[in-house]
Write a protein that binds this ligand. Structure first.
Ligand SMILES: *[C@@H]1O[C@H](CO)[C@@H](O)[C@H](O)[C@H]1NC(C)=O
Ligand SMILES: *[C@@H]1O[C@H](CO)[C@@H](O)[C@H](O)[C@H]1NC(C)=O
Length: 435
């Protein structure tokens, strides 16, 4: 228990520092729309140039101590499960309005469109895909160039009050656990955003290595496993880390049995989500159970792990005939897509999916499959979506793009997610390599 309470103290201390820095009285909340008072100059929207003059980061960028492993527990990993997730609101009746907790100087509007030609930026929203974050945030030695018009990493941490309060882990902490293992992230485009963040930190933390001929040959050898399936898409974006971790991403949306087999033929550790692309919950439950039966057998083996990530929240403006508003994509208000705005509201439809997931895992039949929380991390982030994303160079919904699904880049969010991932991996046989 001791390291746990130390950890708690440290987390509390950091949280207090943070709250002190960002204390906002109810009165301050009411003034949130007012112009920034002179006494609380926001960190610059520009790049690193100005950061020398700024106060130190609160909390520290990544604290390695926050992610040191707990002492081995006498309990077997399978009995050590995480506390049961909080009950989910799955109907419009309980859909709770969300707050507006970011500092008043944060620029998180949904209009006008993201400026794609100038780096995928609108105010403090930076499109989270690799091509947009790599030149801004991922350098091993942060660039001093005054190229810019985008928020500094420190500014984003100050704005992201939701995640900056949470414990953070570096990619190095996860890579240590996964030395000489192959990590596969598998899921939809939100999972790809997570993968892109991992690629970013691989470089930023100086872990990036050239892909060896051996690794490339391995990918070529395993590609036929993926070509058997419907989608015929082998994993992409392979990367190798110092310490021997290898990682890649497979874009999948729904469960295909041959892709589950291909994943297990390719990776030691699978971080997985299917969710947003399921509309029928009965089908979702059947597919999860079928896949989990196979994945459980794999996850039992020493040196292997399967981690299923919850589906992240969406925050669409809806036009429900009953007069309710929800964050559901399915009920999004297309008539007002011309003025895309995301809504501060609980997404009951995503919750339905996560409830199915929790139900499947609560059956107790799959004790080795770990649950990676993601809903509570994304629930309050209604202001952190792309919003008006028209005229995107890739042409996706060119004139109508209104995105309340994908997330603007936030280092605090992804490092908090990495911390959660590390915590789940510590519950697997990877944490005790002697077995
Ligand atoms: C990883 O593999 C390398 C080369 O085979 C070996 O030297 C190293 O000890 C391995 N690391 C771990 C943690 O197993
Ligand atoms: C997006 O913003 C542009 C101006 O930048 C505006 O003309 C267009 O109507 C907006 N579209 C949506 C879908 O919000």
């Amino acid at each position: 228990m001791r390291p746990r309470s130390q950890l708690l103290c440290l987390a509390l201390f950091l949280a207090c520092c943070f709250v002190y820095e960002n204390l906002r009285t109810p009165e301050a909340e009411r003034r949130a729309a007012a112009p920034t008072p002179a006494s609380s100059t926001p960190p610059p929207l520009r790049h690193a140039v100005a950061s020398a003059a700024l106060p130190p980061l609160t909390p520290p960028r990544v604290s390695p101590r926050l992610s040191s492993p707990p002492l081995p527990s006498p309990l077997s990993p399978s009995r050590l499960g995480s506390p049961p997730p909080p009950p989910l609101c799955t109907s419009v009746q309980c859909a709770a309005p969300l707050g507006r907790e970011e500092p008043s100087w944060a620029q998180l509007s949904f209009q006008p469109r993201i400026d794609w030609s100038r780096g995928g930026v609108r105010g403090d929203c930076v499109a989270g895909e690799l091509e947009y974050i790599l030149p801004k945030y991922c350098a091993h030695h942060p660039r001093r160039a005054a190229a810019g018009g985008w928020p500094s990493e420190e500014r984003l941490r100050r704005i992201d009050v939701h995640a900056s309060r949470l414990p953070q882990a570096s990619l190095a902490a996860v890579a240590r656990l996964l030395a000489n293992r192959t990590l596969l992230l598998m899921g939809d485009s939100v999972m790809e955003q997570f993968y892109n963040a991992l690629q970013c930190y691989l470089r930023q933390e100086g872990l990036e290595q050239h892909n060896s001929a051996e690794f490339l040959a391995f990918i070529a050898r395993t590609a036929p496993l993926w070509r058997m399936g419907k989608r015929k898409k082998p994993p992409k974006l392979p990367q190798q880390a110092r310490g021997g971790m290898r990682m890649m991403y497979a874009r999948v949306t729904t469960m295909q049995p041959d892709e589950v087999q291909a994943a297990l033929g390719t990776a030691d550790v699978v971080v997985l989500n299917w969710g947003l692309h399921y509309q029928r919950m009965g089908q979702y439950l059947d597919d999860l159970k079928a896949a989990f039966a196979v994945l459980e057998e794999y996850a039992k083996r020493p040196g292997k792990a399967v981690v299923f990530q919850e589906t992240g929240a969406q925050h669409f403006k809806s036009s429900d005939p009953r007069g309710f508003t929800t964050g559901e994509y399915e009920k999004r208000d297309k008539s007002t897509d011309g003025q895309c705005t995301c809504r501060p509201i609980e997404d009951v439809n995503v919750n339905l999916r996560n409830q199915v997931l929790h139900t499947a895992l609560a059956s107790g039949e799959f004790p080795h499959i770990r649950l990676l929380p993601f809903y509570s991390l994304t629930r309050p982030r209604w202001r952190w979506h792309f919003g008006n994303c028209t005229h995107r160079p890739n042409g996706w919904n060119y004139e109508t793009c209104c995105d309340c699904t994908h997330f603007c880049y936030s280092p605090a969010m992804w490092h908090a997610h990495l911390y959660n991932l590390e915590q789940q991996l510590l519950q697997t046989s990877l944490a005790s390599p002697t077995t």
